[in-house]
Ligand binder design. Structure first.
Ligand code: IPM
Ligand code: MG
Length: 367
């Protein structure tokens, strides 16, 4: 019997309630496919600041280390907004987790079912078949982590702040390999996004991606865009993209743009994969919905559980080698939404159901 051993970090806001739904769905999947679930919950984010004095306590890190993957909710909220930037739940929990587990590959699917095209701010005539793309964001390099990084007073009385954008060729190669793998499973097209007309790191980025794709995957179609143009193209015609591969900061910005173009944040899942393998010989990973804590609807049984459930599907696929179960789960979510059972964020003013009822409908479609 395969054991699916994962850490559960619900976090703040709607995190705990959508996490409960994902666990309910995982229980169901386990029951129907003979898996054993072994999961342990730990505090992260604001709730961890309140209870342990740190957004990512050592005890939580240990729980993560002792498991094969992390299913993450969301962190942050108005209660902690006045903390100094470095202590804010988002920065003090997510960034160290990414660094600690070397989660260098962030996969953000941009998927909009044709039936939900009304949810997109784009005119539906532009996206008759919905949207299906993937952003592959480098997650542990670039401006986020480069040294030196500091703010200091200068002798002349002025202040200076420094962030450093730095990339090694090897870091660019490993994220390119992830994009190659993804493009092979998809439509075979990669668009690499950089700012090679200005940045040294981008010149190395462009050359490294070009050389590696030519050497390892000449069958794929590779293109390059400057990031400003990519931002424009994403709203002009998102489906010109299949796989976008880009560095950390550009990926942060473009993936949010992709998210809004795809309609509801409540449908966005993501995977952050590490360079180390777990007990299944697959990448250790962190799986997280894209929508954030949504404090305005937290605790009201209104949140859309789909993003968290789809993130659990990605966990089954990438960290536990169960593409079969991931696909079943994704199909069940899709059928549920398409048949018209929807939470308020995707109901367009029509009838909507609660978080719990949405989950029950998904469970019904799984059986
Ligand atoms: C994201 C978030 C984080 C990031 C923040 C919360 C640190 O915006 O996951 O995209 O910038 O990476
Ligand atoms: Mg972001």
């Amino acid at each position: 019997m395969q054991t699916i051993k994962f850490a559960v970090l619900p976090g703040d806001g709607i995190g705990p309630e959508v996490m409960a739904m994902a666990l309910k769905v995982m229980d169901h999947i386990a029951g129907m496919s003979g898996l054993k679930l072994d999961h342990t919950e730990a505090d992260v984010g604001g709730i961890a600041i309140d209870r342990h004095g740190a957004a990512l306590p050592e005890s939580t890190l240990k729980v993560c280390r002792d498991h094969d993957a992390i299913l993450f909710g969301s962190v942050g909220g108005p209660r902690w907004e006045n903390l100094p930037p470095k202590e804010q739940p988002e920065r003090a929990a997510l960034l160290p987790l990414r660094k600690h587990f070397k989660l260098y590959a962030n996969l953000r699917p941009g998927l909009l079912y044709p039936e939900l095209s009304e949810a997109s701010p784009l005119k539906s005539a532009r996206i008759p078949k919905g949207i299906d793309m993937l952003c592959v964001r480098e997650l542990t390099g670039g401006l986020y982590f480069g040294e030196p990084k500091h703010t200091r007073a200068l002798d002349d009385g002025d202040f200076e702040a420094v962030d450093t954008m730095v990339y090694r060729k090897s870091e660019i190669e490993r994220i390119t390999l992830v994009a190659i793998e993804a493009a092979r499973r998809r439509q075979g097209r990669i668009c690499s996004v950089d700012k090679a007309n200005v940045l040294e790191t981008s010149v190395l980025w462009r050359k490294t991606v070009s050389d590696l794709v030519a050497e390892r995957a000449p069958e794929l179609e590779l293109s390059h865009l400057y990031v400003d143009n990519a931002a424009m193209q994403l709203v002009r015609d998102p489906n010109q993209f299949d796989v976008i591969v880009t560095e950390n900061m550009f990926g942060d910005i473009l993936s949010d743009e992709m998210g809004v173009v795809c309609g509801s944040l409540g449908m966005l899942s993501s995977a952050s994969l590490g360079s180390e393998t777990n007990g299944h010989g697959k990448p250790f990973g962190l799986y997280e919905p894209g929508g954030g804590t949504a404090p305005d609807i937290a605790g009201k049984d209104l949140a859309n559980p789909c993003a968290q459930i789809l993130s659990a599907a990605l966990m089954l696929r990438f960290s536990f080698d169960r593409d079969d179960l991931a696909t079943r789960l994704e199909t069940a979510v899709r059928e549920t939404v398409v048949s018209g059972t929807r939470t308020a964020d995707i109901a367009f003013g029509g009838a909507s159901v609660s978080t719990g009822a949405m989950t029950d409908a998904i469970l019904g479609n799984l059986s």
